[in-house]
Each structure stands twice: as C-alpha cells, then as structure tokens.
Design a protein around this ligand. Structure first.
Ligand code: SAM
Length: 289
C-alpha cells in the first residue's frame, strides 16, 4: 500500500478505528515527495542506524528502512501498534518501541539497539515537544547528525544569528553543540490533518568541538539565558538581575573589560562575545562566591 495516499490512509485508519490526537502532534504526511526528500537529506546508508521519533503510520519509516542498516522508531501512541504491524510487515531492519521519547535513556538505547552502526536521527517531529526533544537528542551526545522536520518558526530561531529578531537562547544552545542548516520548506497541504503553519526540514551536524573556547559552559548558558530572559533590558541590567552575586557595577566592568559598550543589549552579541563576557564574569564570581 502507498503510505502517503490520502484515500488509502483514510481507509486504513477507519478500518482500525484510529482517531488523530492533537496533543500528540499527529499530522501525517500525504505527499510522497516529502518522506522521500527527508530520507535522502539524512545521508543514510547501510552502515547507518537511524533513530526515528513518531513513525505515525510509517511512511518515513519505510523510506528510512529502504536505505539504513537499522531503524529504531519510538512511538508514543499505542493505538498505532496494529497499524504499524500491518504497514511495516516484513521489514526486518525496523524495530518499534512504544513509549515517550522524552523518558528514554537515549545513549543506552543507541548502544543496545543501533551499535555498531553510525547513529543518526531522522524524524517528522511532533510539534508540541520540538524543543524538549531536540534538547534531549543534543544532550544524548551520540548522534552524528539530526535531520528533522519542525515548524518553520522554530527552524528560523535555531539558525538565527546575532541581531535578528529570531535570535535567542535556544538557537545559541543548538548552535553551540551542532552546525544547523535549513534544507527545505513543506506546506500545510502535505499533511492530514493540515497544520496551521509551514514546516521546515533542518539538519543539525554535531560539532567535534564547541565553536569557541569557554572556561565554564554552565555559566555561559546562565549568561545567555539571563540576557534573553529580559531581552528588552540592557545587557548590564539583564545580567545583574539574572545572575545572583553579580552587581550592576561588576556587570558594567565585565562589558568594558571585554571591549563592549555598557549600553548594548544581549541580542547584538554573537557566541564569541557571550563566551568572552562569561569568562570575565567567572573571574568575579569565583572571587566572591
Ligand atoms: N512520521 C509520521 C509522518 O511523517 O507522517 C508521523 C509524524 S507526526 C508529526 C508525530 C508522531 O509523533 C505521531 O505519530 C505521534 O503519535 C508521535 N509522538 C508524539 N509525541 C511523542 C513522544 N513524546 N514520543 C514518541 N512519539 C511521539
């Protein structure tokens, strides 16, 4: 059966009494070129072990299975179990695990299920949990690359540079650990039910080393979060109110010592600037706390 043919999908879902769940972000693909292009963009071959999140009825899973050594798919909705058993029948290199991706020990799963293959991620992500899922995948620190379809707006935030309206703490987090690239857009008409927004496929390539040296990564992200939590404030005010133990005078001195005007806002700083300021602030905090 063709897993992106809207009439065949409707008949399959009706036969199993399946109902779409909004809270599980269920928008299934009904345009054949999309899973084909996503799987092609994921640079998969028989030496690759793919982790897929949310197989739905399996249209992307099947395309991944055609190319990969193994596909491990994690699906939250148990109602899809009999459907996937039917649509993926006979695909020896596919394993489906029913559960919440956010509650898995991903490095252990990769070791146990995908080793010795080269682990990558490829998925059409449920939009309601995009940020926590991407955070968990990046923190797992075991995927060479992550190719995912997400909302266009989130894709722009992930790839945004200093000075842009989309620039923020989440994008900097992703850019610290990976090199993100926007690949292509997918319109709402390619899904059932149709989402309200355009989707975008992105690829995150794991970095071998951070983009710049910093003494204390945790402090760097505290600085970044403080800067963007109050992005309308000057950086000095955002830092002194957001970082315990840092007075306004010290925040001003940190900026001056790093060669920045004390009136700037965090959104104009690139990652190199944030790292410089974080190292400078680290000097004061280690003395005082
Ligand atoms: N891959 C299919 C496609 O492209 O047509 C379905 C994609 S749909 C956008 C997202 C899928 O993720 C759904 O099947 C949904 O049930 C599943 N899902 C939602 N939350 C999940 C979670 N926390 N863990 C695993 N799967 C989840």
């Amino acid at each position: 059966m063709k897993l992106t043919d809207i009439n065949q999908i409707k008949a399959l879902l009706a036969r199993h009494g399946f109902r779409f769940s909004k809270s599980m972000g269920q928008n299934f693909l009904v345009a054949d070129w999309v899973p084909e292009e996503i799987a092609a963009a994921a640079r998969i071959d028989r030496d690759t072990g793919v982790l897929e999140i949310g197989p739905g009825i399996g249209c992307l899973t099947a395309k991944l299975s055609d190319r990969a050594g193994k596909v491990l798919s994690i699906e939250l909705d148990k109602a899809l179990k009999p459907i996937l058993a039917e649509t993926l029948e006979g695909r020896e290199n596919v394993e489906i695990l029913f559960g919440d991706v956010l509650r898995q020990d991903l490095p252990a799963l990769v070791r146990e299920q995908l080793s010795p293959l080269r682990p990558v991620v490829c998925a059409n992500l449920p939009y309601n949990v995009t940020s926590p899922v991407l955070t968990a995948l990046i923190r797992a620190d075991c995927f060479e690359q992550i190719t995912v379809m997400i909302q266009r707006e989130v894709a722009r935030r992930i790839c945004a540079g200093a000075g842009s309206a989309d620039y923020g703490a989440f994008g900097l987090f992703v850019q610290w650990y990976t090199e993100p690239a926007i690949l292509f857009d997918v319109p709402p008409s390619c899904f059932i039910p149709q989402p309200k927004v355009t989707s975008t496929v992105i690829r995150l390539k794991r970095r071998e080393a951070p983009p710049v040296q910093v003494r204390d990564e945790e402090l760097l992200f505290r600085v970044i979060r403080a800067a963007f939590n109050q992005r309308r404030k000057t950086l000095v005010n955002a830092l002194s109110s957001g970082i315990g133990g840092l007075s306004k005078e010290r925040a001003e001195r940190a900026l001056t010592n790093c060669g920045f005007d004390t009136k700037i806002r965090g959104e104009v700083l690139d990652i190199v600037g944030f790292a410089k300021i974080s190292d400078e602030i680290g000097n004061y905090l280690s003395v005082d706390l």
